[in-house]
Design a protein around this ligand. Structure first.
Ligand code: HEM
Length: 507
């Protein structure tokens, strides 16, 4: 009964919005082409037929038929997808300000982000600028990143311990992604809360974060027609809000502990958030500023922990899988390290001398970017791209995974070839920011480009270098490394995680 009412009201509201649109809105430019669209429902039915689980395959297939910019319809809202790197450059870099907005968040996301008060989801404007500048100029500036070198060493020890324990107990390693995530989480929570928390405390925060992450799908029904579901699905809303409350309680415990004990040594993210003042919004007194609320601080800490952990751990899973699958590449990484140093471990200052290692990491980000799309963008005004309308009412996204595999840009794109990024290689001198041109964009490009990209490159280099320096990673007999992919929340992980034996290197 509940579901029937929701569907009925949804259909009526969508039909009404389409009717209004048809009467009042007739643009000179057309939307980009796309598959046939059913009135009201859009392309959803069509997509379902072609499987939601292979969304990228569906988009690839559509792009081969309709071209590099296509429209899908979710209900009445157009969702535009771009596969072409030149169009991505035109939009995100050349017309950066127009394409830098974010759409209105869904109701459950609004709760999780404290009404779009985190960097990812905030609309393009003064709030976004203040939050992003706080992160980049306080936490991500080079001297502060350097000050966290001991934190990285600490989390590397945790990582090595996790791997060694699994190798000892099982006889091989198979949970690399879990270990990498946990080690990254230890590091990010130290940078966030300014304290080495116990492993139990870290697991508690991880669990609260995980519950919030799965709530995006578990409670998605609440977003269908919120004013109705708020009434009809009261119990489900209550359950969701309680989950958010318990996440807030966990994170606020560590925030409050920091605010009482702030000793003024290395500044942590929470310190910056406690003193930050954000511009007031509509309805509040104009021109004044205010402090962040507790819920907003939780959303920003949560964003920092997730953004800094998941994609980096995923990228590292792929890189280590490559090391196991291609012993020759692993050998070259090791030989390069041997030629530039001799100590017990790799220090951060040594990384600058390792161009082959850097090339392996870039090649892995090209071939296996952790995210195959960006976060949804929105334009600030109706605009035109490639001769088609990009309406303010819709969303636009870019197919990162496809760009890294485009045969028009990359020679033999499916082959793993780090040499591309070395001197005389086809991508020698590659610029990750894509300012001049975009060849691939695992971190996005333009104004919304990932602000943590150099930090994550440092993390990838530091951990991979030390893992290969300390151990030889060998394929388990009869367990070939399979590089098939699987979408897991926002990242593309290995469908079948690799298994390996780690053998200490004797020097
Ligand atoms: C391998 C690791 C990482 C990858 C592949 C990655 C990728 C991305 C991508 C694709 C976006 C969306 C860009 C867009 O929508 O145009 C993004 C945004 C973002 N990332 Fe990362 N990221 C990584 C690590 C990090 C780290 C370490 C941090 C922070 C410590 C971070 C913080 C953020 C934030 C705050 C945003 C939102 C930016 C905005 O909307 O202005 N990321 N990242």
């Amino acid at each position: 009964m509940e579901i029937i009412t929701i569907i009925f009201l949804t259909v009526i509201s969508l039909a009404f919005s389409i009717f209004i649109k048809l009467i009042f809105f007739s643009p000179t430019h057309k939307l980009p082409p796309g598959p046939p669209r059913l009135p009201i429902i859009g392309n959803i039915m069509w997509l379902k037929k072609n499987s939601f689980s292979d969304f990228q395959g569906v988009l690839r297939d559509l792009a081969s038929r309709h071209g590099p910019i296509i429209t899908l319809h979710v209900g009445s809202k157009p969702s535009i997808w771009v596969t072409d790197r030149l169009l991505a450059h035109e939009a995100l870099v050349q017309n950066g300000a127009v394409f830098a907005d974010r759409p209105l968040a869904l109701p459950t996301t609004r709760v999780i982000t404290s009404n779009q008060h985190d960097i990812h989801s905030s609309v393009y404007g003064s709030l976004w600028r203040t939050l992003r500048r706080n992160l980049t100029s306080e936490i991500l500036q080079p001297s502060r990143v350097k000050a966290h070198a001991p934190s990285r060493k600490w989390s590397l020890e945790i990582l090595v311990d996790l791997f060694e324990t699994e190798q000892r107990e099982k006889g091989y390693v198979s949970d690399a992604l879990d270990h990498l995530r946990h080690a990254m989480f230890c590091l990010l929570s130290l940078i966030c809360f300014g304290e080495k928390l116990s492993r139990e405390e870290i697991r508690e925060i991880e669990e609260a974060q995980y519950q919030m992450l799965i709530s995006y799908t578990k409670f998605s029904v609440l977003n269908i027609f919120p004013s109705v579901t708020k009434f009809l699905l009261r119990r489900k809303w209550k359950e969701f809000l309680e989950l958010r409350k318990s996440q807030e309680n966990v994170i606020l415990r560590f925030v409050n502990a920091r605010s009482k004990e702030n000793t003024g040594d290395v500044l942590c993210y929470v310190d910056t958030l406690m003193r930050l003042e954000i511009p007031t919004e509509e309805g509040e007194e104009e021109g004044t500023k205010r402090k962040l609320s507790e819920s907003e601080i939780v959303s920003l800490c949560s964003e920092f922990l997730n953004a800094g952990t998941d994609p980096t751990a995923t990228a590292m899973q792929w890189i280590m899988a490559i090391m196991v699958k291609y012993p020759e590449i692993q050998r070259k990484v090791y030989e390069e390290m041997k030629s530039v140093l001799s100590g017990e471990e790799i220090k951060e200052e040594d990384l600058g001398k390792m161009s082959y290692l850097k090339a392996v990491i870039l090649e892995s980000l090209r071939r296996h970017p952790p995210g195959h799309y960006l976060s949804y963008h929105k334009v600030t005004n109706d605009t035109v791209l490639a001769g088609f309308l990009v309406p303010r009412q819709g969303t636009i996204n870019f197919m990162v995974g496809e760009m890294g595999r485009d045969p028009k840009i990359w020679e033999d794109p499916l082959t793993f070839k780090p040499e591309r990024f070395l001197q005389n290689g086809e991508a020698n001198g590659f610029d990750m920011t894509g300012t001049r041109e975009i060849k691939m964009m695992p971190f996005g490009a333009g104004r919304r480009m990932c602000p943590g990209y150099s930090l994550s490159l440092l993390h990838l280099e530091y951990y991979v270098a030390n893992l290969v320096w300390k151990y030889e990673w060998k394929c388990v007999e009869g367990e070939e490394v399979d590089l098939s992919e699987k979408q897991q929340f926002i990242t593309m992980v290995m469908k079948n995680p690799f298994k390996a034996n780690m053998i200490p290197r004797r020097r």
